[in-house]
Design a binder for this molecule. Structure first.
Ligand SMILES: Cc1cc2nc3c(=O)[nH]c(=O)nc-3n(C[C@H](O)[C@H](O)[C@H](O)COP(=O)(O)OP(=O)(O)OC[C@H]3O[C@@H](n4cnc5c(N)ncnc54)[C@H](O)[C@@H]3O)c2cc1C
Length: 336
């Protein structure tokens, strides 16, 4: 079914009231192929959970909302299992399902909002783990030709919050299923992230199972990130900038407490939240928008904000950080 002038307010976690010129729920790859055949040449936009989007205008496009469901086992090996997940499945529920089956690999990615189909696009990551570490391949449909496509992990060209699907293939494909290689035993638990390690220690857990890590991640996230159901937001609004070591050293001379995480011999990642806080924006509110008091990297809609207001705030923050530190912040969120 195609709906016209459909409100997207409940389809984006910022809670911005924008409209889609046309809107359809896609429940199977066959249904999508049939729709594309019947209505060629319409401008298209694929929507998952709307948790990485800022809508600054109505969309003069046909919004295809991914509702493809299903979780199945493709292959079992001695220590591993490969699962196939429908792109419209909720990501966090997928993580919980995998833990219930006794599988490891997704625990650090607990409580990230959105759909499984969108997870490869920015190579979701949290608490020391990225999707690329468990990703095997994905199935997609070419939005222009309707053809079925597959991409391996190598072809996906994953990077930090980045992939082929965020670049050359942006807006060109509809991801219908993802295949993930998880552990059945000999789980490779990653507790390298400071806050995670500390929480597990406080709980007296010294040899954590994947489910323990998931519980700790959920606990940390709930204590520092706003729940979109209560306060509109899109998680981290900006990527953490990666700067060259020379620039980092000169920054450190001026700000000895600047945090930095080496990415290579020549590059250092600086937390965008720290830069925004130093620029005086932490917890500031401008009308109905602002930065979250506990985490400056998260921009929030206090209610009734327009997307333009959020974007104006973001641009002001970017300008101030640039002026103070000569560092360009890049939005992690897709701004439309
Ligand atoms: C509170 C909060 C916390 C967050 N924490 C994290 C975090 O820790 N780590 C992290 O990496 N991200 C985080 N995010 C960002 C977000 O959850 C992820 O980027 C998520 O993968 C987006 O999924 P989605 O289904 O909501 O995508 P959407 O917002 O619907 O879409 C995002 C982009 O992907 C495209 N797209 C969506 N689905 C498909 C598909 N099936 N095929 C092709 N294109 C598609 C859209 O066109 C759009 O360009 C957070 C967001 C929030 C609100």
């Amino acid at each position: 079914m195609i709906r016209a002038q459909h409100s997207l307010q409940s389809y984006n976690t910022f809670g911005i009231d924008a409209r889609a010129r046309w809107f359809s729920e896609i429940e199977t790859p066959d249904a999508l192929q049939a729709l594309l055949k019947q209505h060629p040449d319409r401008p298209l936009f694929v929507l998952g959970g709307g948790s990485n989007l800022l809508l600054t205008r109505d969309l003069d496009q046909w919004v295809l909302h991914n509702r493809i469901s299903g979780k199945s086992i493709v292959r079992e090996e001695a220590n591993n299992v490969v699962v196939r997940i429908g792109g419209g499945e909720n990501w966090h529920e997928t993580v919980l399902w995998s833990l219930q089956q006794g599988y490891g690999g997704l625990e650090n990615l607990s409580l990230i909002p959105g759909t499984a189909g969108a997870a490869p696009i920015q190579n979701i990551g949290a608490y020391g783990v990225e999707l690329s570490e468990v990703f095997e391949r994905l199935e997609a449909i070419d939005l222009q030709t309707g053809e079925r496509l597959e991409f391996t992990a190598e072809e996906a060209a994953f990077g930090y919050r980045d992939s082929l699907f965020k670049r050359a293939l942006k807006g060109k494909i509809f991801i219908t299923h993802i295949h993930l290689k998880l552990t059945r035993q000999k789980h490779a638990c990653n507790t390298s992230y400071g806050a995670l390690k500390n929480t597990l220690e406080e709980w007296g857990i010294h040899a954590p199972a994947p489910a323990d890590i998931s519980r700790a991640v959920i606990h940390i996230r709930q204590s520092k990130l706003p729940d979109p159901a209560e306060l509109g937001n899109s998680g981290s609004f900006f990527k953490n900038p990666v700067i060259d070591k020379v620039q980092f050293e000169s920054l450190r001379q001026q700000y000895p407490q600047v945090p930095g995480y080496p990415m290579s011999d020549a590059q250092v990642k600086v937390p965008a939240g720290w830069l925004i806080e130093q620029a005086g924006w932490k917890g500031k509110r401008v009308g109905s928008v602002g930065t979250y008091p506990k985490q400056a990297l998260v921009l929030v809609n206090y209610g009734g904000a327009k997307g333009e207001a959020v974007w104006a705030l973001a641009r002001q923050i970017m300008a101030d950080v640039k002026q103070q530190f000569s560092i360009d912040l890049q939005p992690e969120v897709n701004v439309l």
